[in-house]
Design a protein around this ligand. Sequence first.
Ligand code: AMP
Length: 469
Amino acid sequence: MDNAAFSALSLHSGLLKNLETLGYQKMTPIQAQSLPSILNNKDVIAQAKTGSGKTAAFALGLLNKLNVKQFRVQSLVLCPTRELADQVAKEVRRLARAIHNIKVLTLCGGMPFGPQIGSLEHGAHIIVGTPGRVEEHLRKGTLRLGDLTTLVLDEADRMLDMGFQPSLDAIVGQLPHKRQTLLFSATYPDQIQTISKRIMNDPVMVHVASTHDKSTIQQHFFKVNSDKERMTALQLLLQKYQPESSVVFCNTKREAQEIADELSSLGFSALALHGDLEQRDRDQTLVRFSNKSASVLVATDVAARGLDIEALDAVINYQLARDTEVHVHRIGRTGRAGSKGIACSLYTEKEAYKVALLEDYLDQLIVGEPLPPMQLLEKPIFSPSMETLQIDGGKKQKVRPGDILGALTSKGDSEGSENSISGSDVGKINIFDRSAYVAVKSDVCKLALKKLSQGKLKGRNFRARLIRS
Ligand code: AMP
């Protein structure tokens, strides 16, 4: 029997059938290693990162033991960011399609509190949320977890990095002792060991080697003479590769902001992503980066977590990561699913010891390469193919993606073909509570703006504007 087949597991038939319709033919390595223990109700620590299929590993575990008739919160999944919580909730709902009347609720910070209380009053089986907000609901008595059977900590290392330890402790203090605890983490620092000893019971450890091998990620290392030279090196690399989507990793929030500002002032389409951004700015940054109207995202490790951008063309380490595992995790964001990715790392003499550690870890010799030729600095700076338009109407105004697409591509009576926009000119559409964003190809941007401002959505006029730095 194929031991990577889901049918080898004791999963309910509805869940199994649904997996087939989702096209999940085989378990991923992390699923194959962790699911037998998870389904056996054991505590599990799994070292796994985004893209490994970790969400389905724990989601199948909690769905398989859920009792739908008991309308109480039975599982709690804690995530470091709202984006990750939203993705997890989406995956749980997809996997739960075969189970009728199941209620999955997200409780995240940065969202209005009142509606969450309302949803909680209606009841839920599974809560996916961020620690601060879940703690707040527990404190206010709007959430009760006395019937909980499974606790999942997703990206536990990031939650600890982000300072969620006190919230986690407060939450765990309110849970039944007899429960299953599953902990997923990309790295395994001491802090994780400490917390797992405190809150887990005889956990099974699962570790899957990185799915990336040397052939799918080309790593390049460049030695620079000073911190100042890093900026020049970064420009050269960006101009050489001209990646459509790239992430530049920095070690501090301040630096991330400064580098993004400097790149923008040079004419690059660059945005910063770090923990000091307001939720709205963060949302907007992620929208613009993922819809390809901004090409460079300058990010800290913490902020880049939960970034669900598939197949980055390049990752550039402005500085080497603090430790080797973080480095491997950073570069793992490029060249996903077998596609080729480029990873460039800049280092100074001071960081040479980190290069030596990486050599040990990767078991390969690292040779610094010469930087691309300086003439590249004179070339016109590349720009993204898309632009983002923001519309002042969102879910609250019942604006749907189809309305926006319709308004953009509809043909007025007197309009010729020069005044039309085709579906292929329209990129991602993101709808928030009170606003929406749509990406359009740069050459139809003006026309798109006109159509949106003059046309009607849901029979109403909404203001629309072009978003640029
Ligand atoms: P994750 O690591 O949980 O973020 O999952 C990465 C992606 O892989 C998600 O889009 C899942 O829907 C998908 N996925 C998870 N498990 C499988 C599987 N066994 N077969 C195919 N796709 C999967």
